[in-house]
Design a protein around this ligand. Structure first.
Ligand SMILES: NC(=O)c1ccc[n+]([C@@H]2O[C@H](COP(=O)([O-])OP(=O)(O)OC[C@H]3O[C@@H](n4cnc5c(N)ncnc54)[C@H](O)[C@@H]3O)[C@@H](O)[C@H]2O)c1
Ligand SMILES: [Zn+2]
Length: 347
């Protein structure tokens, strides 16, 4: 079992192992009541949680599979379920699902009685390496994705690698984009393992990716400074997702966005020639896309300037001068961005 400690406040542990779910009783703390908020697709396995906690009054609350659950309607339903279960300040919520479920359950826990403990049990690669660690929770509204939410660090995160056995291949690929991102922004060793065989090295990839995110969020809970490197590839990625009306998987959009950031870095003289080609090779090697529509630049440029992270219309990119060496780029010329886009679509 590997344990990675994330600095608080308050600090919490991420435990990683095949069969790590067995640690849930220890990590749940003194709760007498627990509400397990589970993705409906995982109903059978969520029931097993009940058996693990014979001394706790467990309610399993199923939510719609995936993104459809991140609504104010589901949040309201969970608040009712918490009331019915008698969930008090000393009790706990357990999330059991992908990032959509951990985001929703985390936000429900953040808001119930101004905050009760939540233990995340992520079941997708993406949720293990990204969504469950760091304390961001939230839902979608008409105003946009993830605009309503709270920072609410979990009491613990249980990463049971056995849960990945049923994950569809497409969801694995989606999560690999964030794994490769972790490699580029902070850990060249991840890139070597991905080049070799990601399935063979699943455990080490999960551990190293979580270690990267844990280090970053430990230094910076609320994304003022270093946390920005987690946004690598996401500036163009978010713009593509919006243009696709969120029908393109997040990992695909981020993959294209990372190649683009590497092209911008090369063109601006920030990174060596060949850096973008290295991105393409690794990302396409795991089945991720590395190019996009030739005529989309104008749309994407406008969308990037409207992004919630582009403060007051000022565009800011996270670039890398090399693997593990982030540099910010403020207000780049439109010409530079257009030229980098040409190279993205030509590849
Ligand atoms: N809070 C954060 O810091 C953060 C970071 C990244 C992403 N997110 C959020 O995470 C969400 C995406 O997460 P995701 O990619 O895990 O998607 P998801 O939760 O929508 O799950 C993807 C699909 O996989 C299924 N699934 C989950 N686990 C499974 C398993 N073990 N076996 C078989 N099927 C399984 C789900 O039913 C769903 O259909 C988005 O809502 C995003 O906003 C949050
Ligand atoms: Zn992402």
């Amino acid at each position: 079992m590997t344990t990675i400690r994330v600095a608080g406040p308050p600090p919490y542990d991420v435990v990683i192992d095949a069969g790590a779910l067995g640690s849930l009783p220890r990590l749940l703390g003194p709760a007498r009541v627990a509400v397990v908020v589970a993705d409906a697709r995982l109903a059978d396995r969520a029931e097993q949680v009940r058996r693990l906690l014979p001394d706790v009054d467990v309610t399993v609350e199923l939510v719609p599979s995936g993104e459809q659950s991140k609504t104010v309607g589901e949040l309201d339903r969970l608040w009712h379920a918490f009331a019915t279960a008698g969930l008090s300040r000393s009790d706990a919520v357990v999330s059991f699902g992908g990032g959509a479920t951990t985001d929703l359950a985390g936000f429900a826990a953040a808001t119930w009685m101004r905050g009760v403990r939540v233990v995340h049990v992520p079941t997708t690669l993406l949720a293990m390496v990204d969504a469950a660690v760091g304390g961001k929770t939230g839902i979608n509204t008409d105003a946009g994705k993830n605009l309503v939410g709270a920072f609410h660090p979990p009491a613990a995160v249980v990463v049971d690698l056995d849960l990945l056995s049923t994950l569809p291949a497409a969801e694995w690929t989606n999560g690999m984009a964030e794994v490769v991102k972790a490699g580029f922004v902070a850990d060249a060793g991840i890139l070597d393992l991905v080049r070799d065989d990601p399935h063979l090295h699943a455990r080490e990839l999960v551990e190293r990716s979580i270690a990267m995110k844990a280090t970053v969020v430990s230094e910076d809970l609320t994304e003022a400074g270093r946390r920005e490197i987690l946004n690598y590839g996401h500036t163009l990625g978010h713009a593509i997702e919006r243009r696709e009306e969120y029908r393109m998987p997040h990992g695909h959009a981020v993959s294209i966005g990372m190649v683009y950031a590497a092209e911008v870095a090369e063109l601006s003289g920030t990174a060596r020639i060949g850096f973008a080609a290295e991105h393409r090779e690794i990302l396409s090697g795991v089945g991720l896309p590395t190019s996009y529509d030739a005529d989309a630049f104008d749309d994407l440029y406008d969308a990037m300037r409207l992004d919630k992270k582009a403060r007051a219309g000022r565009l800011r990119f996270v670039l890398l001068s090399d693997v593990g060496k982030p540099v910010g780029l403020d207000d780049p010329d439109r010409e530079l961005l257009a030229a980098a886009y040409e190279r993205l679509v030509a590849s």
